[in-house]
Unconditional design. Structure first.
Length: 316
């Protein structure tokens, strides 16, 4: 074990009970609570609901959230065991950053998709390729994997110098900031079109779902990205123990973010529900469909309950 690892082990054992027990236990509880909701979303969007551009992004977002929560569980449950070795932290951390980055990319892609639908409605409905969502999702997964692998290998113990690790942090940090700016810019564009434009955008359940998801990410998911941007501090080993404490708190918030997304979908879909109660399996499917509806309440004809053949709006 090299000197860096020894210092990391010493820092880990010097953490207080708050960082060693309380924060990890809370993170594990949030992850366990969020896994079932993401599984339900994956099942419904993967096998029960007709695909459209938005549902493809939501399916990939739920996949990254589910795997990210699993990653947090593996790390902290392993840490609680007698076989934990801090030297392997970087491997789980790399997988977690891959999944977190993918989730950020997917959320940004959804916002950009809705901006295109609003700013260029004719192109979106008539010229947009039907396979574009699947291609973009594949590219975003590949980009996240590439960035994570470059960062992981440049900061591994194989390299004797920290300059390469610092360079990679200097590259990836601006990339995350750029994606975050795209997310905020597209979300603000939609908000301005709803509130201030002469041709106001009608509020639909899809925009409520997207708005709440972005808001929860800004409150709970963003801190992990900030810690990643500040990763250069960790590469230089400046205030390492403080960085670990903040990172554990950020992981707790990120577990809340990944667990809250399914709750948002089902809350928005079931809000002001006036229809009769159906069987649980059908009800969950229809609730998720309603959460992704891009139709204003005033435009719906009648009050008859939606049929199972009703598909999510927004299909090209």
């Amino acid at each position: 074990m090299n000197q860096t690892t020894l210092k990391s082990d010493s820092t880990f054992h010097s953490l207080s009970a708050l960082e060693v027990v309380t924060l990890p236990v809370l993170t594990v509880i949030c992850a366990l609570a969020g896994l079932p909701g993401n599984v339900v979303v994956l099942w419904l969007l993967g096998f029960c609901v007709s695909r459209n551009p938005i549902s493809v992004y939501i399916l990939n977002l739920a996949t990254s959230d589910f795997l990210y929560l699993c990653c947090l569980l593996v790390f902290y449950l392993w840490e609680f065991s007698d076989y934990f070795n801090i030297a392997y932290f970087k491997y789980i951390h790399a997988v977690g950053m891959l999944l977190y980055t993918t989730g950020l990319f997917m959320l940004s892609a959804i916002s950009v998709e809705r901006c295109l639908a609003v700013l260029y409605p004719i192109w979106y409905r008539c010229r947009r390729p039907g396979y574009m969502s699947a291609v973009i999702c594949a590219l975003l997964w590949a980009m996240s994997l590439l960035l994570t692998m470059l960062l992981h290998f440049s900061c591994s113990s194989f390299f004797s110098k920290d300059e390469l690790c610092l360079i990679m942090h200097s590259v990836i940090g601006p990339c995350l900031i750029f994606v975050f700016v795209i997310l905020c810019g597209s979300s603000l564009t939609l908000l301005v079109r709803m509130l201030c434009s002469s041709r106001r955008l009608q509020l639909t359940r899809l925009y409520v779902t997207l708005g709440l998801t972005v808001l929860v990410f800004l409150l709970c998911g963003l801190p992990v990205g900030i810690m990643q941007v500040l990763g250069a501090i960790r590469a230089l080993e400046i205030h390492f123990s403080t960085f670990i404490r903040l990172e554990r708190a950020a992981f707790l918030l990120s577990s809340i973010n990944s667990s809250a997304n399914p709750i948002i979908y089902f809350f928005v879909g079931s809000f002001r529900q006036k229809h009769q109660q159906y069987q649980q399996r059908r009800s969950l499917k229809l609730v998720l469909q309603k959460a992704l509806e891009d139709v204003a309440e005033g435009e719906k004809s009648g009050e008859s309950p939606p049929q199972e053949s009703v598909e999510l709006s927004g299909s090209p």
